[in-house]
Design a protein around this ligand. Sequence first.
Ligand code: F6P
Length: 475
Amino acid sequence: SDHAPQRHGGARVLVASNRGPVSYTVGENDALEVKRGGGGLVSGLSAIGPETDAVWVCAALSDGDREAVRRTGGALDPEDTGGQRVRMLGIDPDTHAAAYNGIANSVLWFVHHMLYQTPLEPAFGPEFRAQWAAFEAYNQAFAEGLAAEAAHGADVLVQDYHLVLVPGMLRELRPDLRIGHFSHTPWAPADYFRMLPDDVARQVLRGVLGADRAAFLTRRWADAFTACCDDLLGGTGATRIGVHGLGADADFLRERSHREDVDERMASLRGQIGGEDRKVVVRVDRTELSKNIVRGLHAYRLLLTDRPEWRGRVTHVAFAYPSRQDLAVYREYTAEVQRVADTINSEYGTPEWTPVVLHVKDDFARSLAAYRLADVALVNPIRDGMNLVAKEVPVVSDNGCALVLSREAGAYEELGEDALVVNPYDLGATAEALHEALTMPEDERAERTKRLAAAATSLPPAQWFLDQLEALRAI
Ligand code: F6P
């Protein structure tokens, strides 16, 4: 894809993901401004650098990123990345858009999170086939980028649904490499996965099975993958299957959440919440269809309707940060979140009380401030690979925080015992769980939070990464 000088070369350990640790925008005077990438994958991989000297291969996602690639040849300045060696691939914008928006986020994400409204969607026609060809080209660009960077016999850890074809393609180019694949999402049940055209479904599975080892966040997702392979290919062949639950990074979170910028945001949030004794229900998400933000708001509304005693005594602090706004369905969902929040506020709000405090501008320090303040955290996804918010809140919380948690989040496997567990489609049950969480005795809440924090941090990101590397090397 580009003929820039290869400043890294000969890497012993490589990771590959669509989104990298940083992203650039072109600011004033053509200066490049750098920002940390978002989402669970980046949080998980951010801790890898110092331990392994790995090279992280990622795609240019924005115009700023492509400009950074043009200026650096793709080997990013370590000053921008916190010392991490990063190789950014300058992939043609149209190819990337078709692969990322068209296939990764509109097809593979939808299949694994079971988001289709099936009477109308999906319908795989000519447009899909063109996008699929772009997806192959985009995966091929990664395979070539990795092949060029890797030393003989190197270990390569390929991340997520964007790059499912890479393991197979890379094996063709470089049979000497040890290749792992890791899925940060759920994996679809076999009956749902079969919605994909047969040839594409097989290509996806064979792509992953090109790896020596395919790993998942929970046993449930690993079993689903195996079931799909059994169904469509008659088995998983020689590829090993592994499970590595990603935990929260306790040291980083505890330090980061006590800096001055977080204190400032706590003060400002307290101002917006008002009333000293008001309870606080917090949620923090990308504005993502699978996060179930709208049903969460409806459940909160039901709490105010059915239990009037909470009016004026609780505030829902909801952060819904922009995500995948190139897709119309995400833009519509974002608008719906805003609409429902406004409805609740006009229905129940008073001059002294705003029932829903909604923020839509990404601000990590403010998220941490909300974690510290929260009496209750609402994590109610329809389906979620893990969900790190559920794991971060108990670590950061100042006074203990009750967790209302969907049984469809991967985190449920580790946190289910001390959370209040809900069916994410059941508004009444979610409203009841919110009530129970709000009325939980303080000592019980503190005890549960302690146990949740312990479970949430039992596999820190650096260890999660090293375990995968070790398991790959042991083959
Ligand atoms: O953690 C799961 C994940 O899908 C990552 O693969 C992705 O980077 C992240 O969520 C955020 O999504 P996006 O990269 O599309 O903004």
